[in-house]
Write a protein of this length. Structure first.
Ligand code: DGY
Length: 322
């Protein structure tokens, strides 16, 4: 069968072997950049059974109509999130959609939420800028006085696998953990707050770990930002649009919250311009899953899902099972 890979992913030679072993014909987009919409449309018209997409590819009805012969059977998204894919449109065409959830990605994302919180609490972006500007004139007890972590409350919005890992790391900092989730997590009823607003009001740090859906879009907005402690730091390693970025910028400017750390943006690759001007903001270019272990496992899973799905078996990470 024929497979199109929208971008050469890390460890490709190694992880793609099962596709070759299964006898598939694999076409990899040759350029080291995001494939243009027009280019992927043209590719799909050529007829493929499987597609490996990244979160940069929007897979919607308008794209799928280019699969003129209805040949596509499996779309393996190289990410845990799959908000770039219209599941309804895929379901209508009986296309299986898969993602790449794994411990390696969970570790990696939880591993970035923490440095964002730590760096903002200790004002590292400002301190680093200060050093680069050769502004340090000698030890000064008044400069860059940050916040303590011990005894502070970490509020986790979305207690799934990643949220859980972020929570476990809080033990070492002797922090109190509270969480908001649709329901309490089995075995972790302690710290469960059924109303997000209450969690936001209590927390010194808030870390977001929900998928982007119509329910979670702008879940953090001007209205509930006003409930945060003025000393609170908000961190987003999930999806940009879970927050209303303009309103976060406004809250930072007005001193309604103390800091924002984000790896994801509403309109990637461009963060809201206001965020770029603030010294209490730390932004990274969507690198939460960018560790060798995570990247490799994501590739292995995307390939495994294609192999299984194209063999007519249920892929292990099917997200549209109905
Ligand atoms: C994911 O897996 O959804 C991440 O955002 C990719 O880095």
């Amino acid at each position: 069968m024929r497979i199109f890979v929208a971008r050469k992913i890390p460890f490709w030679e190694e992880v793609s072997k099962p596709l070759v072993d299964a006898g598939h014909e694999v076409v990899v987009y040759p350029n080291h950049k995001q494939i243009e919409r027009k280019e992927i449309e043209i590719e799909i018209e050529k007829g493929y059974d499987g597609l490996l997409t990244l979160l940069t590819e929007k897979v919607d009805e308008e794209l799928l109509v280019h699969d003129k012969k209805g040949q596509l059977k499996v779309i393996a998204n190289y990410a845990v999130g799959f908000d770039n894919i219209d599941l309804e449109a895929c379901k209508k065409r009986s296309i299986a959609v898969t993602n790449t959830p794994c411990n390696e990605v969970n570790e990696s994302v939880a591993g970035l939420a923490w440095p964002l919180m730590l760096a903002l609490s200790r004002r590292l972006p400002e301190a680093s800028e200060f050093m680069r500007n050769a502004a340090y004139r000698g030890w000064d007890p008044d400069i860059f006085v940050g916040r303590d972590m011990k005894g502070k409350t970490l509020g986790i919005v979305g207690m799934g696998r990643i949220g859980g890992m972020v929570a476990r790391r809080a033990v070492g900092f002797e922090m109190k953990v509270v969480y908001f989730n649709r329901t309490a997590v089995a075995g972790a009823t302690e710290g469960y707050i059924p109303k997000m607003e209450e969690l936001l009001a209590q927390s010194d740090f808030v870390s977001l770990h929900v998928p982007l859906t119509s329910e979670t879009r702008h879940m953090i907005n001007g209205k509930n930002l006003s409930l945060f402690k003025r000393t609170a730091i908000l961190v987003n390693t999930a999806r940009g649009s879970i927050v209303d970025e303009a309103e976060v910028g406004e809250a930072l400017r007005a001193g309604v919250i103390a800091g924002y750390g984000a790896d994801v943006f509403e309109n990637e690759p461009d963060p809201h311009p206001e965020l770029l001007m603030m010294e209490n903001v730390l932004l990274t270019p969507h690198i939460a899953s960018a560790t060798e272990g995570a990247r490799k496992r994501m590739g292995e899973l995307a390939v495994l899902n294609l192999v299984e799905g194209l063999a007519g078996r249920t892929p292990p990470n099917l997200v549209n099972s109905e």
